[in-house]
Design a protein around this ligand. Structure first.
Ligand code: PAP
Length: 329
């Protein structure tokens, strides 16, 4: 059955909407590959679909970072939703304590901490950010070298989160399948895995993405906090306190006594967020169902999906690419 005979999912529509003439002209000059969801183009060394790329161009041209901004940067499917919820709850804990009126009860984390290229700037639009109060919290999947210049030039802070690429790939695969539920023309699991190993995935290659941020975190730890999903799962209290210190809003002795750390962690836990009505029924601005961001939320789920050979292959790539960096998964 051809795509045209199928009703397009909201996300397909999002991807297929027209991009600007400037973006079209650029696309015609870029290397491209057909992958799971759509055509990916290689721009500044990373892979990106056409419409998000228009958002990349717009935010690179127009986003003016402020010194007090905090930018959450992640590889897709490495726990962005969780990090957004934690950071939002942490930053706003004084005036939005965890009660039944908390903004996260009625809003998906992606609607409270918005993506630059996938949301705010997506249609080559230039949003009015005047209503955002300080500290402004944004997110992006952009690689470090491709961040808007003002991010590098300002004193804004970056929090980076990545995840074992084996779990990231499996999460990406399920997410993509969910988005394309109405479209049977999805490529096979094996072909998607092959592309991922070649580095052809949104905002990939994953090794360049992770190493770009890792190296910068070593050079400039005041500016960039580097986190791994597995560590956060293992020691959530430690990492929440690290996050609070990094943004210069440490958990006070009184807050410790009041149990604020556990309160935020419990509130932002996978089970709690997934079971909220808004995350069962709603959609984010790209048309994606909120429920698609909550699948299993576990470390090591790849074992249920990749063969031992596939796991070994990806491990070898990880070993080779990260060799000498001091980073491992
Ligand atoms: P995005 O990059 O498209 O924004 P992102 O949130 O990074 O998505 O990835 C979703 C993953 O985070 C899912 O992993 P899984 O497919 O292996 O299950 C999702 O379940 C997981 N996730 C979402 N919320 C939480 C949470 N509160 N705690 C832990 N993991 C979570």
């Amino acid at each position: 059955m051809s795509t045209s005979q199928n009703p397009l999912s909201s996300f397909d529509k999002f991807l297929k909407e027209e991009v600007t003439e400037e973006c079209k002209a650029l696309l015609s000059t870029l290397p491209k590959e057909e992958v799971m969801l759509s055509t990916l183009y290689k721009y500044q060394g990373f892979w990106c679909a056409a419409r998000p790329l228009a958002g990349v161009l717009a935010c690179q041209q127009h986003f003016q970072a402020q010194d007090t901004d905090i930018l959450l940067t992640t590889t897709p499917k490495s726990g962005t939703t969780w990090l957004k919820a934690l950071m939002f709850a942490l930053i706003n804990r004084k005036h939005s304590p965890i009660t039944k009126d908390h903004p996260l009860i009625a809003n998906n984390p992606h609607d409270l901490v918005r993506y630059l290229e996938l949301d705010l700037y997506v249609n080559h639009q230039v949003p009015d950010l005047a209503s955002f109060t300080s500290p402004r919290l944004f997110s992006t999947h952009l690689p470090f070298v491709s961040l808007p210049k003002s991010v590098h030039q300002s004193a804004c802070k970056l929090v980076y989160l990545c995840r074992d690429p084996k779990d990231t790939f499996v999460s990406l695969w399920h997410f993509t399948r969910k988005l394309r539920a109405q479209n049977p023309e999805i490529i096979s699991f094996e072909a998607a895995f092959h592309n991922y190993c070649k580095g052809v995935n949104p905002f990939g290659p994953f090794w360049d993405h992770i190493l770009g941020y890792w190296n910068e975190s070593l050079r400039n730890p005041e500016k960039l906090l580097f986190l791994q999903y597995e560590d956060m799962k293992k020691q959530p209290r430690l990492h929440l306190r690290r996050l609070a210190e990094f943004i210069r809003c440490p958990i006070s002795a009184q807050e410790e006594t009041e149990g604020v750390v556990d309160e935020i962690l419990g509130f932002c836990s996978f089970d709690n967020l997934r079971n909220l009505k808004v995350n069962k029924d709603g959609r984010v601005s790209t048309g994606v169902e909120n429920s698609a961001f909550f699948r299993r939320g576990e470390v090591g789920d790849w074992k249920n999906h990749l063969t031992a050979e596939m796991g070994d292959r990806l491990d070898k790539i990880i070993e080779e690419k990260f060799c000498g960096s001091g980073l491992s998964f």
